[in-house]
Design a protein around this ligand. Structure first.
Ligand code: ATP
Length: 299
């Protein structure tokens, strides 16, 4: 039976000598979905993506890309996938056009000259420019064109908008939405929260080689993470409050005022707070940015 998933990762583990880069990642991306893959530097994003294409071999785990095992048939996986590496190595003494033609030759999936020109035009990339003269952002555009050309079923993109100006970032979002509308699946890593919010239907957050959260961006924004500013009539030691499970002290404004963060159920926190001489209580909304930072830092 054909799978509904474009990417299925089960129990993925990858060590570099003593470094455990990926420690049991489980993640599935449905066909037609745009998944944003977030996490702090060194969390294991690039390692995971490279395993999906069999560019590196994991120590353990099972991967299926569009139903194919990349270890058994990496060529079939590459033929169906557009891949943008974090750093694309390009031969400097050729033009952009020659480099793109070379990538095109390597693929089973051929794209037309018109398609390549149209993509280059959308990204304001000069096909006649020598690679060696390109800025970082323009090199990134070459990487994007070679990933998008030929309309692959799956796009695996390691930080797709890295080095691009805001206008070009928007154009990339449009291109990715168009790819999705045409039936493609997009799996992209990012550090830019607004970009994930703008295009991803779902986000997965990786930290220290494990997935710590998976949700849709709207769900994350409304999740049970509240911040309370509490003012007391008399000076107070907030220690008993922070002892409540899920509660942490964000800031002590003065002897009379604290900011506390409560994750999950608030009932126990409010009952313990009731024993304090509270003069005012304000609940503060957390931005998506703050929610992500909490996940990035969580023990
Ligand atoms: P960033 O956001 O900085 O790109 P990342 O989430 O993509 O980070 P990875 O590049 O997958 O993280 O790295 C995960 C861990 O593996 C890090 O501790 C990194 O130092 C280590 N690592 C990655 N590649 C190698 C390698 N070739 N040899 C040894 N260690 C490596």
């Amino acid at each position: 039976m054909e799978s509904n998933y474009a990417v299925e990762i089960t129990g993925l583990k990858k060590n570099y000598g003593p470094v455990q880069a990926v420690r049991g990642v489980n993640l599935a991306v449905k066909k037609g979905e745009i998944l944003g893959f977030l996490g702090p530097n060194g969390a294991g994003k690039t390692t995971t993506i490279r395993c999906l294409l069999d560019l590196i071999r994991p120590q353990a785990g099972k991967i299926r890309i569009l139903g194919i095992d990349p270890v058994k048939d990496p060529v079939a996986v590459r033929a169906k996938t557009g891949y943008l590496p974090g750093e694309l190595h390009l031969e400097g003494n050729q033009t952009v056009e020659a480099a793109l033609n070379y990538f095109n030759e390597l693929r089973g999936r051929k794209s037309s000259r018109q398609e390549i020109s149209a993509l280059a035009e959308r990204l304001d990339l000069n096909l006649k420019a020598p690679i060696k003269n390109l800025s970082k952002g323009n090199k990134q555009k070459v990487g994007l064109v070679q990933a998008l050309m030929g309309q692959p079923e799956l796009l695996l993109l390691d930080e797709p908008t890295s080095g691009l100006d805001p206008l070009m970032q928007q154009e990339v979002y449009t291109l990715l939405r168009e790819a999705q509308a045409a039936g493609a699946t997009v799996f992209f890593s990012s550090h830019i929260i607004s970009e994930v919010e703008a295009i991803a239907g779902r986000v997965a957050i990786i930290r220290d080689g494990v997935i710590v959260e998976e949700a849709d961006p709207a769900q994350l924004a409304t999740m049970a993470l509240r911040r309370y500013r509490v003012r007391f009539r008399t000076p107070v030691d907030p220690e008993p409050l922070t002892a409540v499970a899920g509660t942490s002290l964000i800031r002590r404004e003065s002897a009379h005022e604290v900011i506390l963060q409560v994750e999950g159920e608030v009932d126990r926190f409010l009952k313990i707070l009731a024993a304090f001489p509270v003069s005012d209580l304000q609940s503060e909304h957390l931005s998506l940015e703050e929610i992500f930072l909490t996940f990035y830092q969580k023990e």
